[in-house]
Design a protein around this ligand. Structure first.
Ligand code: G5P
Ligand code: MG
Length: 215
């Protein structure tokens, strides 16, 4: 990889703030951004073959099978060959991680560690603008006009997988399938973990770390 390129993965439980921290990273360090969840939701919206397959898995809080998501993400990364990027939500299984590392060298894995009780509370009051992936939370980053996206004025919705049953499933799946990746990345000297209860507490440490790493 060229020394001018920087490739990062952001991992963490559902609702740990990956999207929120990503938007701050992208704004501060200007790099391309891919969120596997946003990509899948956009495929569902457009009723593509992938979207039709992914829809029920996502509603149920289960992972979309590796074969579909890996192909989709690797083909997006192929388009960014000469760019720095940040990947949010991929990989989530050991097979996905193996495929990624065999295809693309990466510089770092940022792991967000937020207590589950904090997450469960947050997801009850999350509102999203589906076309852009912009997220809001009542009492944390409220939209300027209730129920409307700040940039487009379009309506905000609650994600179908933010209901209590799907959230519980997503957290179980995270524990079983994704959390073990922290050991995998640690063994490869790539993992750095940031713990806290709020994004405002975590973000200054992520920023400082990236400033050191990217300079
Ligand atoms: P996603 O879309 O990747 P998750 O479940 O991993 O979904 P999610 O829910 O998008 O993660 P996040 O991005 O980690 O959460 O968190 P966020 O949106 O930034 O923050 C959550 C809420 O808290 C927001 O409302 C935000 O405003 C608020 N917030 C942030 N910080 C604070 C704070 O400090 N205080 C307060 N009060 N609020 C705060 O994946 C969805 C599904 O797609 C499939 C799976 O089915 C998955 O469940 N999928 C994959 N399947 C297989 N393999 C993959 N690699 C897949 N990737 C996605
Ligand atoms: Mg997200």
């Amino acid at each position: 990889m060229s020394p001018n390129l920087f490739r990062a993965v952001l991992m963490g439980a559902p609702g740990s703030g990956k999207g929120t921290v990503s938007s701050r990273i992208v704004k501060t360090f200007s790099m391309k951004y891919i969120s596997s969840g946003d990509l899948l939701r956009s495929n569902i919206e457009q009723k593509t073959d992938l979207g039709n397959i992914a829809d029920q898995y996502i509603r149920d809080g289960k992972l979309v099978p590796d074969i579909y998501i890996t192909k989709c993400i690797l083909s997006e990364l192929e388009k960014l060959k000469s760019k720095s990027w940040l990947l949010d939500g991929f990989p989530r299984t050991l097979d996905q991680a193996d495929e990624l590392l065999h295809t693309e060298p990466i510089n770092t894995v940022i792991n967000l560690d937020v207590p589950f009780d904090v997450i469960i509370d947050r997801l009850k009051s999350r509102w999203v603008h589906l076309p852009s992936g912009r997220v809001y939370n009542i009492g944390f980053n409220d939209p300027a006009v209730p129920g409307k996206d700040d940039v487009t004025g379009e309506p905000l919705i609650q994600r179908p997988d933010d209901n209590p049953v799907a959230v519980r499933k997503r957290l179980e799946v995270y524990e079983a399938c994704t959390k073990p990746l922290s050991t995998y990345f640690k063994q490869r000297g790539l993992l750095v973990t940031f713990s806290g209860k709020t994004t405002d507490e975590i973000w200054p440490n992520v920023k400082k770390y990236l400033e050191e790493k990217i300079k």
